[in-house]
Design a protein around this ligand. Structure first.
Ligand code: GUN
Ligand code: ZN
Length: 453
């Protein structure tokens, strides 16, 4: 067994790293972890449990993907001819338009969930399709397979011609957000946002896809649903190409001096307060590569989280997220695959890129991330970002049994790396760097094996 126990900060993850060479996980009938520790110390009252012997394998917590796009399931490795905005225009908007077709969306939902299971991603913040019919297919398939998910339809009320199939009127956008919340938020466990497997987020694609009016009604909707735990999810400060890039375009269009203002109720002219803030502890902002110190201070004060997507940032040339500045403020940074700008579904593979990009940063920004910090970012940090740390994220007794059975013999490079590792930190590093999908033998959520069939 290998996991980050307790509730550490990222800088405390090393001390919280637990490696139990002959471990046992006892799962009760409700799918909760009744015991987690050495096999030899299973309490007598639990000793009658059926033993499933997985010696030779590793038990890890399920991975949490804090940012992944459902309607980009077929859009990894698309050559966009440039950075973010041209990639969206040439590749992504046309690809996402295909999700208007219910049959196509159902098949895509099947492949999306199958890819998540293969990668051991037991929980995810899923950036949704513009089309309610596709979102229904996604929620239905997620419920059928037994995965956890927070998702919301990607709202677009303005954009270039290529995005026109994805754009709706303000009225239709608001109605469909309300309908999605009514149908799917805590659908499996009404009134229990602390534990429900299916939950809903409000998801404006990014500031360039919405109007001040959209941000106005969305802030109001968010306020109305605050107590019921509806999330907020979007992109922030990803591309800083001068003049024509994402950030300059946002500042120009909104007349504000800060990108974050648009999500923080300050979307009036010159950054005036014009509505409710969308920031809170159930807000996850993807990327945040180019934020100012004062923007990061506001993210920290709101207790919002960052989905760090290094694989995607390499692909789109977006730059390197400022790890030290995030950690100094205690901001929760979880990993996101950002499929399809990211072409890796496996969150540990994203952690592998995370290690490399921060090693390769300019001299004053280099961070040799500890192995435990990588495991933390791929698991417990994601549960914290989803505000569900009490329910899952590690193998502590009392949590839901969301775990992976990893069989190193199915992937010889992993097996070799593990054999060469001495000590818990080296083992964690071997797993985070060398794990690949073939070694993920079984995936459990709340004690139940998830599968596509
Ligand atoms: N910004 C707005 N839309 C997108 C998207 O689909 N992917 C990424 N990486 N950034 C975005
Ligand atoms: Zn994204």
């Amino acid at each position: 067994m290998l996991h980050i126990a307790g509730r550490p900060s990222v800088n405390e993850a090393g001390d919280a790293l637990v490696s139990e060479p002959d471990g046992a996980l006892v799962v009760d009938d409700a799918g909760r972890i009744a015991y987690s520790g050495p096999f030899s110390e299973v309490p007598p009252d639990l000793a009658a449990a059926t033993v499933v012997d997985r010696r030779g394998c590793l038990l890890l917590p399920g991975f949490v993907d804090a940012h992944i796009h459902f309607p980009q399931v077929y859009t990894t490795d698309a050559h966009g001819g440039g950075t973010l905005l041209s990639w969206l225009d040439r590749c992504v908007f046309p690809a996402e338009a295909r999700f208007a077709d219910a049959g196509f969306a159902r098949e895509a939902a099947r492949e999306f969930c199958a890819a998540r299971i293969a990668a051991g991603t037991t929980a995810a913040m899923v950036f949704g399709s513009a089309f309610p019919v596709a979102q229904d297919a996604l929620f239905e398939e997620t419920a059928r397979t037994g995965l956890r998910m927070v998702s919301g339809r990607g709202v677009q009320t303005r954009g270039p011609a290529s995005a026109s199939p994805l754009i709706t009127s303000e009225g239709d956008a608001e109605r469909s957000c309300r309908a999605e919340i009514a149908r799917w938020h805590c659908a499996d466990d009404p009134g229990r946002p602390d534990r429900a497997m299916l939950q809903v987020a409000l998801v404006p694609r990014f500031a360039l896809s919405v109007t001040p009016e959209t941000l106005g009604w969305m802030g109001e909707l968010h306020r109305q649903h605050h107590a019921s735990g509806v999330y907020f999810h979007t992109h922030l400060s990803e591309n800083d190409a001068p003049g024509v890039g994402e950030i300059d375009s946002v500042l120009r269009d909104f007349g504000t001096s800060s990108y974050l203002d648009t999500y923080d109720g300050r979307f009036g002219p010159g950054g005036e307060v014009a509505g409710e803030s969308l920031l809170g502890r159930r807000s996850i902002l993807a990327h945040a590569v180019h934020c100012s110190d004062s923007e990061l201070d506001r993210v920290a004060a709101a207790r919002a989280s960052i989905a760090h997507c290094p694989t995607s940032q390499l692909f789109l040339g977006s730059g390197t997220m400022p790890w030290k500045r995030m950690a100094a403020r205690g901001i929760t940074v979880a990993l996101g695959s950002d499929v399809g700008a990211g072409d890796e579904w496996l969150v540990s593979r994203v952690a592998n890129d995370c290690f490399k990009v921060h090693m390769s940063a300019s001299a004053d920004r280099v961070v040799p991330l500890e192995p435990a910090a990588l495991l933390f970012s791929a698991t417990l940090a994601g549960a914290r970002a989803l505000d569900m740390e009490d329910a899952f994220g590690n193998l502590d007794a009392g949590k839901d049994a969301d775990f992976l059975v990893v069989d190193p013999s199915a992937w010889p490079p992993l097996s070799r790396s593990i054999d060469a590792a001495s000590g818990p930190a080296a083992l964690a590093f071997a797993v985070m760097m060398a794990l690949r999908e073939p070694a993920i033998a079984e995936v459990f959520v709340r004690g139940r094996r998830v599968s596509v069939s």
